[in-house]
Design a binder for this molecule. Structure first.
Ligand code: ZN
Ligand code: FE
Length: 262
């Protein structure tokens, strides 16, 4: 059985340490920052980093971790490896649908452009785990730094179509703010109200709100709900019966802009 341990980095990032009880080898999703990661490893051997994207807060530990062990394997999108070279120390390039074995578990690389054009989510179909980086957050989604709204919308829809019980581990602890925005959009949605209460209790204990599930995101994440009449109405600023029909992509694009100024 794979154990996933969130490793808080910087002010609100998470790296995730993957380990198994019977194994000295450990793997990290996003080598954000070296000190907290090395502290979490407890002398076991870090062999592999799975990088979701190239932003500094997700790759900041690579140089130091590589200096510690030059044989470290670093996976990221194929285009980063072949051309862009924005992921320091990257050794392997992945294309959409590529499969790996990590600690005896099957992993599928999902290319999810939007936040960046080369963002990758890591899906463990048998273990039922999904690592989303800055694409899908608890009750939110990443900013569109490189991609277009239709690209990000399609990426999020693809993640939302994974099995409901899949555990979702995202790259940042943004839930408090995201769930407040979700409530603002859908004040009548009791799943959102319940989630907000649980999240505030969890944060008050100083614990991470990760992971969530695909099912919970579908019920509470406005960015996966842009086809819902209640969300359409909120974006249109009118009650559902008077709301003008907007495409789900257009609703998504407006929600994303709205969230940036919320
Ligand atoms: Zn990012
Ligand atoms: Fe980030």
């Amino acid at each position: 059985m794979l154990t996933v341990t969130p490793v808080p980095c910087y002010s609100d990032n998470y790296a995730y340490l993957l380990s198994r009880a019977d194994c000295e080898e450990v793997v990290v999703v996003d080598g954000c920052e070296s000190e907290p990661i090395l502290a979490a490893i407890h002398g076991r051997r870090l062999t592999t980093i799975l990088a979701t994207h190239h932003h500094p807060d997700h790759i900041g530990g690579h140089e130091h971790l590589l200096a510690n062990d030059p044989s470290l394997r670093i996976f990221g999108h194929a285009e980063e490896h072949a051309q862009l070279r924005r992921i320091p120390g990257q050794t392997h390039g992945l294309s959409d649908g590529d499969e790996l074995q990590i600690l005896g578990e099957r992993v599928i690389a999902l290319h999810v452009p939007g936040h960046t054009l080369t963002a990758v989510a890591y899906y463990f179909p048998d273990a039922g785990l999904l690592f989303t980086g800055d694409t899908l957050f608890g009750a939110g989604c990443g900013r569109l730094f490189e991609g277009t709204p239709p690209q990000m919308f399609a990426s999020l829809q693809r993640l939302a179509a994974l099995p409901q019980q899949t555990l979702v581990y995202s790259g940042h602890e943004y839930l408090t703010k995201n769930i407040a925005f979700a409530r603002h959009i859908e004040p009548q949605n009791t799943a959102i109200a319940d989630r907000q209460k649980r999240c505030l209790d969890t944060r008050a204990r100083g614990e991470p709100c990760e992971p969530s599930t695909i099912g919970l995101e579908r019920a509470t994440n406005p960015f996966l709900r842009s086809a819902e009449p209640s969300v359409q109405a909120a974006v249109a600023g009118r009650p559902p019966e008077l709301a003008v029909a907007l495409s789900a992509v257009e609703v998504f694009a407006r929600l994303r802009r709205w969230r940036s100024s919320f």
